[in-house]
Design a protein around this ligand. Structure first.
Ligand code: G6P
Length: 613
């Protein structure tokens, strides 16, 4: 949540900051703002409610000359989206400007103390409290900004990535993080700061990921990292493995559509170099290192949020089937607060596209303290969850920019399936014949996903037919139950149509009361062990005149007579079929959202990377 960008160096800062904010807008788009420090006339702050483009428009023709700047795109936590709550926030003295991603939990107490001292506040934010707290410390101790930040942060409870500039220092950005991400790009005589690497990649591939409780003192030709005890830390420089094309739309109308269509490639990239289906080899070094512990784990707990949680639910079915290890799937936000029972030796699989989701991160930190082994399934390389995990596997789906997750989900399923097959085979709970067969089925998914994408025009027609209904029901059984949940979530996120996902048989215990001749019921009914049962559920809906949209496997003759609309997928084993059956649901949500005129890449109220709890 919230995107931050900073620049210090010889170039004009404003264009770099604005471009960076556009790239980070997926992290929040309630307001945007920049602070620039000009060597002649000090600090200038511009901010506005709305999108980055709205801010840009108001600044056309303004003199924005500066070689240093910080910028922010906001996902509101404290205080409604408005100009006055937009970042940067400037301290009471007018000397310091600050941007912040995170939540300061004890801000109310600090605010009380500052109010007593005569401070007044222009916004409702925790950020304005922190910048004044820092300024107050600076003035009382007559110290540098860096020292004041260090002293202040020792008192702060919560999560933050902050960037500060001072009106009299047209060179230095002070940055610090705890819980919210910060990457610093190292250029020649210049530095770039951002919440992720996408604003930086255009200028340099050398980056430093700042750690929790570190403060960075960033000047054009110097980067100093210190901990909160004022000890210098050695910056660890990493090379970015990402190219510009990956963060651009490449001819598609929206990132979401581009990312849906990338899936044959992203799933292939995820399997490449790991799955050798011909010889029945799965090579995953991170998993191999801990294979013994995973095989002997008394249980596996999967922790995730949102779409990643749905991937966890599919994995529960796959792992229990192939590895015979009990699996529990937990919402990270529930797990972290309910004093969970974790035993030494339990394996926790944390699934996260961004690798920064605050609830997931804290949940695994807790489980780690209790002796669990943490396996991270993460898309963003070098992210906090990846670094906190003992081991894991990257999903290699490339940057996902559309707020609603698509390609990251199928890549998560590909990785989780490989882990399950590998562990099941090594453990002996998956016999060789089935193992070899499933390896081949998995390897065939990219090609089959290509065939599913050919159904796009047909799915668009279905979308246009139903775009104005107020409710949808999604039903599925077994491996397809989580896909029904995911389909309903996609529709809610993108088209703002109310949708519920349910286990197909459980529908009799409530949702069936909603069925009328205007309610579309999407059946995720690809061929599996329960297919006959799902057909019976279809019959139950049809008997009540509901509208049936069915997603089925080629050769299925039972479902079409019961369906108003049919989407036919290539045959695949039930274990790997979810990677295919989710694609029509992504497209359905996309086309309905577009038809309704919504911004599908940035749905209202959502953010891609949820770094607050
Ligand atoms: C947000 C995003 C979802 C995502 C969820 C979990 O809500 O909008 O698309 O599934 O966070 O994010 P993660 O990065 O941990 O997978």
């Amino acid at each position: 949540m919230c995107g931050i960008v900073g620049y210090t160096g010889p170039r004009e800062a404003y264009p770099i900051i604005i471009k960076g904010l556009h790239r980070l807008e997926y992290r929040g788009y309630d307001s945007a703002g920049v602070a620039l420090v000009n060597e002649n006339d000090g600090l200038h702050v511009y901010k506005k409610k709305g999108r980055v483009a709205d801010l840009e428009e108001t600044l056309i023709g303004a003199n924005l000359h500066s070689h240093i700047g910080i910028g922010h795109t906001r996902w509101a936590t404290h205080g409604e989206p408005s100009d006055r709550n937009a970042h940067p926030h400037v301290s009471f003295s007018g000397e310091i400007a600050m941007i912040h991603n995170g939540i300061i939990e004890n801000y109310a107490q600090i605010k009380k103390e500052l109010l007593k001292k005569g401070y007044t506040f222009k916004s409702d934010t925790d950020t304005e409290v922190l910048v004044n707290f820092i300024d107050d410390i600076k003035q009382n101790n007559d110290c540098t900004l860096e020292e004041a930040v260090r002293i202040a942060l020792r008192r702060v409870v919560g999560a933050y990535c902050i960037l500060l500039v001072h009106k009299d220092d047209p060179e230095t950005i002070i940055a610090a993080r705890k819980g919210s991400p910060l990457v610093i790009g190292i250029g020649k005589g210049e530095h770039f700061l951002a919440s992720d690497a996408s604003p930086i990649i255009e200028y340099t591939k050398e980056v430093v990921y700042v750690n929790d409780y570190e403060i960075a003192i960033v000047k054009p030709d110097e980067l100093v990292l210190k901990n909160l005890g004022n000890d210098k830390q050695t910056p660890f420089i990493t090379k970015l493995n990402m190219d510009m094309a990956a963060i651009e739309k490449g001819g598609y109308d929206h990132f979401m559509l581009k990312e849906i269509f990338e899936q044959p490639n992203t799933i292939y990239d995820c399997l490449r170099g790991r799955l050798d289906a011909e010889n029945g080899n799965i090579i995953m070094s991170g998993i191999q290192k801990y294979a013994e512990q995973i095989i002997n784990a008394p249980r596996i707990i999967i922790i995730a949020c949102g779409t990643s949680w749905h991937a966890g639910l599919v994995a529960e079915y796959i792992i229990e089937e192939t590895c015979r290890i009990p699996v529990e799937v937990e919402y990270a936000s529930e797990f972290r607060y309910r004093n969970p029972i974790v035993h030494k030796g339990d394996v926790i699989i944390a699934i996260s596209q961004s690798g920064e989701t605050a609830d997931t991160l804290v949940a695994i930190e807790k489980a780690k303290e209790q002796g669990a082994i943490i396996v991270g399934i993460v898309n963003v390389v070098g992210s906090s969850i990846a670094r906190t995990s003992h081991t894991g596997s990257y999903t290699h789906a490339g940057p996902e920019i559309g707020v609603a997750s698509t390609k990251a989900f199928t890549a998560q399923l590909a990785v989780l399936t490989m882990i399950a097959l590998k562990i099941g085979y090594e453990k002996g709970t998956l016999d060789k014949e089935r193992y070899l067969y499933l390896c081949k089925e998995l390897a065939a998914i990219p090609e089959k996903a290509e065939l599913v994408l050919k159904l796009d025009d047909h799915i668009k027609e279905i979308a246009l037919k139903y775009k104005d209904v107020p409710d949808f029901l999604y039903l599925g059984r077994g491996y397809n139950f989580p896909i029904a949940l995911e389909g309903a979530l996609k529709l809610k996120e993108i088209s703002y149509i109310h949708a519920e996902g349910y286990p197909a048989a459980e529908m009799k215990h409530g949702p069936i009361a909603l069925v009328t001749n205007t309610l579309p019921v999407v059946f995720v009914a690809t061929k599996d062990a329960y297919h006959g049962k799902v057909v019976s559920n279809m019959q139950e809906i049809k008997a009540r005149k509901g509208i049936v949209i069915s997603i089925i496997t080629e050769g299925d003759t039972a479902s079409p007579p019961l369906s108003d609309d049919v989407i036919v997928l290539p045959a695949a084993d039930e274990i790997v079929a979810p990677m295919l059956s989710v694609i029509p649901l992504q497209l359905l949500a996309y086309h309905i959202g577009v038809a309704k005129g919504y911004d599908v890449d940035k749905p209202r109220n959502l953010a891609k990377s949820v770094t607050v709890e």
